[in-house]
Design a protein around this ligand. Sequence first.
Ligand code: TRP
Length: 486
Amino acid sequence: MTKTEQPRTQWLGRWGFVLAATGSAVGLGNVWKFPYMTGEYGGGAFVLVYLVCILAVGVPVMMTEILLGRRGRGSPIDAIGRMASESGRSPAWSVLGWMAMLCGFLILSFYVVVAGWSFAYLWKMLSGGLAGSSVDDMASIFAANNANPWSLGAWSSLVAVATMLIVGKGVQSGIEKSVSWMMPGMVIMLVIMIGYGAFSGGFGEALTFLFAFNANSLSSEGMLAAMGHAFFTLSLASGAILTYGSYLPRQASIARTTLTVALADTLVALMAGLAIFPVIFANGLEPGSGPGLIFMSLPLAFQAMPLGTLFGILFFVMLSMAALTSSISMVEATVSWLTDNKGLSRRSAAWGTGIVLWLISTMAMLSFNVGAEWTLLGKHFFDWLDFLTSRLMMPLGGLGMALMAGFVLNRASLREELGLSPTAHGLWLFMVRYVSPLGIVVIFVDALGWFDIDFADHWPWLVLLLAAMTLLGELLRPGMKEAPSD
Ligand code: TRP
């Protein structure tokens, strides 16, 4: 109680927030998931839908999160609770904060396993453990890597320890300091990789694949995947961005910083595609090979190329750094909440969180070996964590925050905090009230799998529905136009 009255820590440098939030956003999602999803869902058309989702849902929701964090001056639970009271609403809205904090924590418990793959592959590259001459050889190396719980567990524990070490050091000397060299470092490595790809002979094919729009390859499944991925890649609705936003100085523009982060995240995803696909095409491999794209096809391609091992090492160093700057953001909400409310030092909060995290992530890791048979409704523990967070908690949390900002919070406070021109403010409000919620509900309905609707075929109906919702919303809530300011 008394602690939260103290002025809150702020980022030291002008770029502190942008670097940290971009570090959170740029991660396995950009370098591992985005390229393989683009491969699976057919290239350019998927990329286009993904860009639309970033703009229509990602950016407005990210602005909302930063706003809630900065004005609420705290971790998700405290900040959302305070924002609700400021507008004279029920403190029960802070359940959104609880869900976000839990979501970030649960994501981390399976994220460390995938980040552990990256570290393990870096080691294999360095020690020559990736020799093989066919996709099948690479598949057996990948399977062997997962089959041994001791080594797999050691790699994911290493990621967990590194995360807690950084977070335990504090916002400025831990998080800000580490992202301020890791982010530029990873961008430099990515640029070098693109240069290498440009000379591999597959660059033209990669460009066509990523940017040629082919409407036929656009499936409804691909559209929904694009929307879900927009949330994941921007680290939304899981406490990370909100908590980082609570350290953002007053004078920074929320809209401008959000656009910078979203643009940087998108550029890195596209750049990762430009680094990976030329190498894949130059070696006649399949772009649509799924999650194994960078762990099986890519190492195989590197082997066949001059200086391949060197570039392979570079690639996995880059991936590991991208993963770490994301993992530190996922526990920040929990650590910040513990230090503000439970009187713990950052160090004890980080290690305490780390122990619980380690137990859950070990369970997730065991899904790949010892616990391969432990399933519930056909899903492993690892898959459950992914499903619960990406498919349910993130969309629900994002929906809650968008609606809270759009309909519940005091409009004068929102206007003051965002400081936008009336037109820009109106656009943001229209997005969080109608466009983002409709988009989220569509993903959500799909995730539940109750209906088998082909949204790609019925998009005119969605536009009509949006218009009807807007009309109804604006007509039925005339009082919202000017809510009382206190
Ligand atoms: N955005 C990260 C990525 O693309 C993943 C991530 C980091 C994340 N922090 C998060 C996802 C918080 C959800 C919530 O890899």
